[in-house]
Write a protein that binds this ligand. Structure first.
Ligand SMILES: C[S@@+](CC[C@H](N)C(=O)[O-])C[C@H]1O[C@@H](n2cnc3c(N)ncnc32)[C@H](O)[C@@H]1O
Length: 325
């Protein structure tokens, strides 16, 4: 814990100095307190764990969270947060569907999507481009009827072409590997990093802009998160957004498309336009350390809170240059 405190404090000092900002003690304490809470593991331990619907998932001790929702159920989450809202089955019924998969993980989203697609149209052509930084050492297997597709994927890594399925996995930091992709245009994007505070590099305005370049006009981006920072970035990139259905105790996720009109509740829209937390994570070089992204985000939130009044003001030595729109 002591070393985490030190890491947060030293990174904050560096971020402030790079931006020429001096914050008051109260603001510094607020930032450190929030970042510590955000980084606290949501679940302890590691290894395989059963989820609410009986399917298994893995706990990542590095990120302090499970690969799938324990309370919603892993398979249920894949179906309700990714496969259904992205409409991949409907698209495949017309003959072909192209999917970008951010965070291949255990391959659940893709295996379940393949089973559903091929059940609806055995002749469908499916093109999949997956991104994954590091495959886990052990991968629990899905039950039938998904197991065969998961094995096909795991045995075929990093790429294969079989029975109308073309699959390619780019191993490494997606912020870098996505630059290798120039010709893939997706009808659907499964955006499934770990949660935005613990894995912010996959949720920045700049990374989402890379994704946007690779989505068709009618394409549908889906994720389990309803994070204000992520939604704001999507809106700034021209996506219309809606909330997908809630699963178990989890809130609804996000569905986004360049041709969709916003379909959010009045309360959701108000939060998105007034909350100081509704500003994007930023990573201009696509190389920043996750903790730097998180801390710079929280500093920007603090600057907005100060602008809204009530908190001791920061002393900028020169323009902070933070984006608040
Ligand atoms: C929540 S899990 C994905 C679960 C997966 N979609 C499934 O259905 O099994 C998040 C995944 O994102 C991967 N990840 C995290 N940061 C990444 C990065 N910078 N580039 C690529 N993959 C990353 C993690 O290694 C992890 O496998």
């Amino acid at each position: 814990m002591e070393s985490l405190n030190y890491l947060i404090f030293s990174t904050l000092e560096r971020c402030l100095s790079e931006r020429g900002l001096i914050l008051g003690e109260k603001s510094i304490n607020n930032i450190i307190r929030d970042v510590k809470v955000w980084l606290k593991p949501s679940v302890e331990g590691k290894g395989i764990r059963a989820t609410q619907d009986g399917s298994l998932t893995l706990i990542s001790d590095k990120y302090g969270e499970p690969y799938h929702s324990l309370t919603s159920g892993a398979i249920r989450e894949c179906l309700l947060k990714f496969i259904e809202p992205s409409q991949v089955v409907k698209k495949a019924q017309k003959g072909k569907v192209r999917i970008i998969d951010v965070g291949f993980g255990l391959g659940y989203n893709i295996a379940i999507a393949l089973e559903r697609i091929k059940r609806a149209n055995p002749y469908a052509e499916v093109q999949i481009l997956s991104f994954e930084k590091e495959l886990p050492e052990i991968i629990p297997l899905l039950p039938e009827p998904y197991k065969g597709y998961q094995k096909l994927l795991l045995d075929g890594l990093p790429e294969f072409c079989k029975d109308g399925i073309s699959f390619r996995l780019l191993l490494g930091d997606a912020r870098k590997t996505i630059k290798q992709v120039s010709e893939f245009i997706a009808d659907a994007v499964f955006h499934d990093g770990f949660s935005p505070y613990r894995n912010p590099e996959l949720w920045t305005y700049e990374f989402l802009r890379e994704i946007r370049l690779r989505v068709s006009l009618e394409g549908i981006w889906v994720s389990y998160t309803s994070s204000l920072a992520v939604r704001k970035a999507l809106k700034m990139l021209g996506f219309g957004i809606a909330t997908s259905q809630s699963v178990g105790r989890k809130k609804g996720g996000t569905v986004a498309s360049l041709t969709l009109r916003d379909l959010l509740s009045t309360e959701e829209l108000k939060k998105l336009s007034t909350s100081p937390y509704a500003i994007p994570f930023r990573d201009e070089t696509l190389k920043a350390q996750p903790l730097e992204i998180l801390i710079n985000y929280r500093v920007n939130v603090e600057l907005l809170k100060v602008a809204q009044g009530g908190i001791e003001p920061p002393t900028p030595r020169f323009s902070a240059g933070c984006s608040t729109n």
